[in-house]
Design a protein around this ligand. Structure first.
Ligand code: IFM
Length: 767
């Protein structure tokens, strides 16, 4: 590696990584676990902390942009190239920055792009679709939160350079991002020009949400002020270009309205390195009344790149102290688990409790940045047990959106709070009602989730309860959590119907977690969760009466919780109908499910589409085929209520009927956990890997649309609740492990009631 003027190239001397240090996905799967590797292609090489792309693959550019997403909970930036590439989908998404759109109401906005750096070598633009790539490596180091790229490139005129990029979104300072760009001339003497810009007109797949307000420059600093068109959210971004050798360097301000640019030109000779640092600050009117001032002031006070980088790395080191999971004996599982934890953490708001984690995190446009049950059921446990402050932020988001949940209940003719299936800024229902058919025709399909996928209301209550149980945060529970559980219980008390002729309560016309079936009656998942919810509401109210009588009184008055209402809740908990064969324990997913035409999914293999696309919406509705676990989802959430035999019976029935690969990405981690409970370790590992590699190896072919956020949290749960078998007892957490045969060691920490518990499972201590 070359080093001139105390600047080493690349910074850490870490690129390119030697091939012997990497592991190919295919090897590990076949050697260790005997899983059918044809399920999954092989995109990357891995070390314990890094995902490495060793070859530029223009055909899967957008998949790679997703995989190499970085962020810090405030913003997420896809791994698009600084110099651009045709067909790229660069995006920076900031939590809470939404704008209005037809049909889907609101979407998370692609914010001004802080990446652009255009390099010209003797007038010839560097880009990977031009010239010749002699060597290429891109890597994400999740331990340090650094994305870097090394390119050995020859221009069409025959000039050879080595270029190194490194970027981060500071975990230490959420309004700060930075890029280092280093250029080493291999064989030429001549001029290099570097243009560093802000693109103020980024688009959400064709729609630009920004209206230019102002921009300016001073020496090597440029800034832009812009506003969302409909929601009038202001955003200011400022950047400074710091250059290591200023002799012979000419700085010029260029660009046009909405695209401020600072350009630096200089001479270079063979062996000489140019180092440029692009430091960026970003503020919006969600955090300050004066975003431009905030961005400029912050930039004026930041230190140099390496100091900022050290603080960022230190912040990640702190996170990993508690969040790391060590797996020995299976390198792919090791890096995949760390990668998924990294992606979950960078999506979680650190300092804002009025936003939550969108279904595609801050990494893509799919689902428009809307928030689903994915957060409370799949992601929340990771935070509840490792970073409870972040879990509280996520739950507070639901508390702050209670007003809209109350509106929704009223609109549907009920009391209490009924949460939106898809939620954004206010908590108003933002599920699209109509969407175009996926076949490209102009036909619209009615989507019913916003009207009748009701289980989210209990899922949120479940997240609240789990947080409270794990943290013992009575203060929060009495002030916020209890109200969430109680007002949603009020809703259920009204929504459930009594059928005197059957002597039972029922819940009709819903969609359960398995969205291949809509307008069903007595969905077992929904009904059992409602029973649990109403029982829990009574427990919470009694606790409140004993410990916080004033607050209990206040809530009873405010939410009109009368003794009569409480009697009804208790009665519903006992008499809400669930169809279960008492002999075998088999639960019917909903009334009439077993009368639907059965299916053998093997008859449709090989396939590359979901069963709903193959059969069509109406026919899938008529068949016993599941998009994702429904009864099994229930057995997972309320697992202490069910015996191993009941889990096994239902597993045997529903697993072969589930569309594991092309149904929902939420399913595999849950299947992995239940498979552990019934000692089916090969199946557990297979489902686990399908979830763990969903983005890295693009298992479903849609990772280009963004990270499967729910699955990142599901992976954490699969390791902790599945393989490690974490159970919470009256005296604290214990393990009932079921480790995959190749795992020699599993080590992790969880926090339970203010105390850290460290578990270190070593299977072959003698070796
Ligand atoms: O919440 C999920 C749902 O369960 C299945 N479809 C996608 C949604 C967002 O991830």
């Amino acid at each position: 590696m070359v080093s001139i003027h105390n600047i080493s190239f690349p910074i850490t001397n870490s690129l390119p990584i030697e091939v012997s240090q990497m592991h190919k996905f295919s090897q590990s799967l076949c050697d260790n676990n005997g899983i059918n590797e044809t399920i999954i292609p092989h995109n990357f090489a891995y070390t314990e902390w890094t995902v490495i792309d060793t070859k530029f693959e223009p055909n899967s550019l957008q998949h790679r942009e997703t995989v190499f997403t970085i962020g810090n909970g405030y913003l997420g930036t896809r791994g698009s190239f600084e110099e651009g590439y045709p067909g790229a989908m660069p995006a920076t998404l900031i939590n809470g920055i939404y704008d209005d759109v037809p049909m889907v109401y609101t979407e998370l906005v692609n914010c001004p792009d802080w990446l652009p750096i255009v390099i010209s070598i003797e007038g010839e633009r560097f880009r990977l679709d031009r010239g010749e790539i002699l060597n290429y490596q891109q890597q994400l180091d999740v331990h340090k939160g650094l994305l870097s790229r090394y390119i050995h490139w020859r221009s069409q005129a025959g000039h050879t350079v080595k270029i190194y990029f490194e970027r981060f979104a500071s975990l230490a300072q959420q309004h700060l991002t930075a890029i280092r760009c280093q250029i080493l001339s291999v064989d030429f003497t001549g001029e290099i020009e570097i243009q560093s810009s802000i693109n103020g007109y980024p688009d959400n797949q064709g729609v630009c949400h920004w209206e230019w307000l102002d921009q300016g420059e001073k020496e090597d600093i440029i800034w832009l002020n812009t506003s969302t068109r409909h929601t009038n959210l202001e955003l200011a971004i400022a950047t400074q270009l710091q250059i290591n050798n200023t002799e012979n360097t000419e700085i010029q301000i260029k660009g046009c309205q909405g695209y401020p640019t600072v350009a630096a030109s200089m001479y270079i000779q063979p062996g000489k390195i140019i180092t440029l640092d692009k430091i960026v600050t970003i503020f919006t009117s969600r955090e300050t009344a004066t975003p431009v001032k905030a961005a400029k002031d912050k930039l004026a006070n930041v230190s140099d790149y390496l100091t900022l980088r050290s603080a960022h790395i230190e912040a990640w080191a702190q996170v990993w102290q508690n969040n790391d999971i060590i797996i020995e004996g299976d390198l792919i599982a090791q890096i995949a688990v760390r990668y998924n934890i990294f992606q979950a953490i960078i999506a979680a708001p650190q300092q804002d409790d009025r936003v939550s984690i969108p279904a595609k995190s801050l990494s893509g446009f799919s689902y428009r940045g809307h928030i689903f049950w994915d957060t409370e059921i799949f992601l929340l446990p990771l935070f509840t047990f490792t970073q409870p402050k972040l879990a509280r932020n996520l739950l507070n988001y639901r508390y702050h959106t209670l007003a809209e949940a109350r509106h929704k209940a009223l609109d549907f003719g009920y009391e209490g709070a009924m949460f939106a299936w898809e939620s954004a800024t206010t908590g108003e229902e933002v599920s699209p009602r109509w969407v175009p058919l996926a076949d490209g025709s102009k036909e619209l399909v009615r989507i019913w989730c916003g009207d009748i996928e009701l289980h989210i209301t209990s899922d949120i209550a479940y997240g609240v309860w789990q947080y409270w149980q794990a943290t013992g945060d009575d203060d929060w529970m009495s002030n916020y959590g209890a109200e969430l559980i109680l007002d949603t219980a009020v809703f259920w008390g009204c929504r459930v119907e009594w059928y005197p002729e059957k002597n039972r309560y029922e819940i009709r016309d819903v969609i359960g977690p398995d969205e291949y079936h809509d307008h069903v009656n007595n969905n077992a998942f929904t009904n059992q969760m409602v029973k649990w919810h109403l029982e829990t509401a009574i427990i919470v109210l009694n606790w409140l009466r004993q410990n916080y009588p004033h607050r209990a009184n206040e809530l009873e008055t405010q939410l009109k919780i009368t003794p009569k209402r409480l009697d009804i809740w208790a009665d519903i908990s006992k008499n809400l109908w669930i169809s279960q064969d008492l002999q075998t324990g088999l639960i019917e997913q909903f009334e009439g499910f077993f009368n639907l035409q059965d299916i053998n999914l093997h008859d449709y293999e090989p396939r590359q589409k979901s069963m709903q696309s193959i059969l069509g919406i109406a026919k899938a509705n008529q068949r016993q085929v599941l998009k994702q676990p429904d009864v099994l989802m229930l057995l997972f959430l309320l697992r202490e209520k069910y015996t191993k035999q009941v889990i096994e019976t239902n597993w045997n029935y529903y697993t072969p009927r589930t569309d594991h690969t092309y149904g929902s990405s939420l399913g595999p981690s849950i299947h992995a956990i239940l498979a552990c409970e019934i000692d089916k370790l090969t199946a557990a590992y297979e489902h686990f890997m399908r979830a763990a590699m969903v983005d890295l190896e693009d298992v479903r072919g849609n990772a280009d649309e963004g990270i499967h956020a729910a699955s990142t949290g599901g992976i954490w749960q699969a390791v902790i609740f599945g393989f490690a078998g974490l159970q919470i007892t009256e005296t604290g957490p214990i393990l009932n492990p079921h480790l995959p045969p190749s795992w020699n060691r599993l080590q992790f920490k969880i926090q339970w009631r203010d105390r850290w518990y460290e578990f270190d499972l070593k299977l072959n201590p003698a070796e």
